[in-house]
Design a protein around this ligand. Structure first.
Ligand SMILES: NC(=O)c1ccc[n+]([C@@H]2O[C@H](COP(=O)([O-])OP(=O)(O)OC[C@H]3O[C@@H](n4cnc5c(N)ncnc54)[C@H](O)[C@@H]3O)[C@@H](O)[C@H]2O)c1
Length: 293
């Protein structure tokens, strides 16, 4: 029997978690949105509000649906408020220790039949599942950024994921209007296995002085017909997330070709994480982004 999902808990109200809450609410699911502080939840809600308003102005959503969708999202400043959800989507930072801690705290609070999903970009679903009390009800539901705009979702089964969990996740993802690509549980799955080494190589190209930020991004936009340059995309993803994914690829596949570029490491150590901190390969403090190298 496939479990019917009506209420969704989202952990992490950053750029991905707020996007996931947004699409779930628009699709008619009740949502409880959790983060480490009330402020973070409020800023997540503010960005959902702004993004929905943009959809209304573009005619993609009517005002009534926007109000109804916002009403379906409840701020959950404590994890206890996730006790009645049918599905939790964990979308906190890309750090295995933090994710494990969240699952340890969360599992005893959940209904036994609740499905637990992670939006991890790269970490082993099997390994994360093994830290929970429900590996058979654990799955990777990997959304793309920005969630309301991007059509793809990668579904990733761990070794123990049961068919029922997989089927319920498929039904849920389709209700969000997304297209599913099924990936096996290998480091960084499919999209990031291909995309992140390209971004890392673009950072090496900058590091070695082959081209400037602007030249590299222009080259890939006009020379390879990419809608965004790789350095602009890295800033958009978040340089901390890019580095974590490269580390997972490097360690998980034990191949030196995935070695994170030292310049990426340095930017993350400086706290220059891209758009979310207003500085990465571009400076976002002015009206238009300015390349920094
Ligand atoms: N950025 C992308 O393009 C992208 C795309 C797909 C998937 N992802 C994945 O989504 C997840 C989140 O990424 P993001 O880009 O939204 O990052 P982000 O930095 O924008 O947001 C992360 C949020 O997690 C919160 N958080 C940290 N510890 C927490 C805890 N213990 N409990 C609850 N919340 C906690 C932070 O306060 C923050 O609000 C990561 O696993 C990432 O790999 C990211």
């Amino acid at each position: 029997m496939v479990v019917e999902i009506k209420k969704v808990g989202v952990i992490g109200a950053g750029q991905m978690g707020s996007g996931i809450a947004h699409v779930c609410a628009v699709a008619g699911f009740d949502v409880a949105l959790n983060d480490i502080s009330k402020d973070r939840i409020q800023s997540g809600l503010a960005s959902i509000n702004g993004n929905m308003a943009r959809q209304v102005s573009k005619g993609q959503l009517d005002e009534e649906s926007r109000t109804a969708a916002l009403d379906r999202i409840t701020p959950a400043d404590s994890m206890d408020q996730l006790a009645d959800v049918d599905l939790v989507i964990e979308s906190a930072v890309e750090n295995e220790q933090i994710k494990r801690k969240i699952f340890t705290q969360l599992c005893p609070l959940l209904k036994p039949e609740a499905i637990l999903a992670t939006n991890t970009s790269s970490i082993s679903i099997t390994r994360l599942a093994a830290t929970t009390d429900r590996p058979e009800r654990f799955i990777g539901i990997h959304f793309m950024n920005p969630v309301p705009l991007m059509e793809l979702v990668e579904l990733v089964r761990g070794i123990a994921t049961e068919d029922e969990t997989f089927e319920a996740s498929k039904v849920f993802t389709r209700k969000l209007g997304k297209t599913i690509a099924v990936a096996e549980d290998f480091p960084a799955f499919m999209v990031n296995r291909i995309l992140l080494p390209m971004i890392n190589e673009a950072i090496y190209t900058l590091y070695e002085g082959v081209g400037s930020v602007e030249a590299i991004d222009t080259a890939m936009k006009l020379g390879a017909n990419h809608p965004m340059g790789p350095l602009q995309l890295a800033d958009f993803i978040g340089l901390d997330t890019c580095l974590s994914i490269m580390q997972v690829l490097y360690e998980g596949l034990a191949d030196s070709k995935y070695r994170p570029c030292p310049l990426l490491v340095k930017y993350v150590e400086a706290g220059w994480l891209g758009r979310k901190t207003q500085r990465g390969f571009y400076d976002y403090r002015g009206e238009t982004p300015v390349p920094t190298r």
